[in-house]
Design a protein around this ligand. Structure first.
Ligand SMILES: [Zn+2]
Length: 203
């Protein structure tokens, strides 16, 4: 039995699958973002509840926003209270077992590479367009993390061949850089461009 938690900026979802991959348990709740303590409590509570309900040994794995740096601390998470926290270590101490934690786009990419639309391909690049613009990279069904644990994260590179007449006004990204890809093709970026375009047509 395997318990997986998908941690997002809006909600946390816990799912237990059996040996055949069948979902036998599911719980979803809002992500607490006020403090790390509240967030951590929600996660451990969801795990405890799943273990109690299923009443069988479970392995636990977690996908979430951001990355784990070389010191084991979370970085680049849009759940701000998670940044600079030793989330994996805290969780492993609380549960007394190893808990792999990785970026949610990495989980998605690995899943597609193993038995999804990337199945049978040597190199798989997974792209998520949500509030932001994430990505992951798999080679031979193994995730590539890179020296800064952000391989495949393409959203904060500059938009190639940006031109104001075609792409609209330049944008300063929340990361501090100019014209990041994420500023143009994330859900937020597409919405901004659409609104600019319709305002332009209406005037
Ligand atoms: Zn950026």
């Amino acid at each position: 039995m395997r318990l997986g938690l998908d941690i997002g900026g809006t909600k946390i979802e816990a799912v237990v699958i059996d040996k055949t991959g069948e979902i036998i348990y599911r719980e979803r709740r809002a992500t607490p973002k006020q403090s790390y303590g509240d967030f951590f409590h929600a996660v451990t509570d969801m795990i405890a509840k799943a273990m109690q309900t299923v009443n069988q040994p479970l392995s636990v794995g977690i996908g979430g926003p951001g990355a784990v740096d070389s010191r084991g601390l979370i970085k680049n998470s849009n759940i701000l209270v998670l940044n600079q926290q030793a989330f994996t270590r805290d969780l492993e101490q609380a549960l007394g077992m190893p808990v792999p934690v990785t970026n949610d786009a990495n989980c998605f990419t690995l899943s597609e590479a193993m038995d999804g639309s990337g199945c049978g391909h040597c190199v798989v690049f997974g792209v998520i367009l949500g509030t932001g613009c994430g990505g992951g990279l798999c080679v031979d069904n193994r995730l590539i993390s890179g020296p800064n644990t952000c391989a495949g994260e393409w959203g904060h590179n500059a938009l190639p061949r940006y031109h104001e007449s075609r792409d609209g006004e330049g944008v300063t990204c929340y990361c501090g850089q100019q014209n990041c890809i994420e500023s143009f093709i994330s859900g937020t970026g597409l919405e901004r461009q659409y609104m600019n375009h319709t305002n332009y047509r209406a005037s």
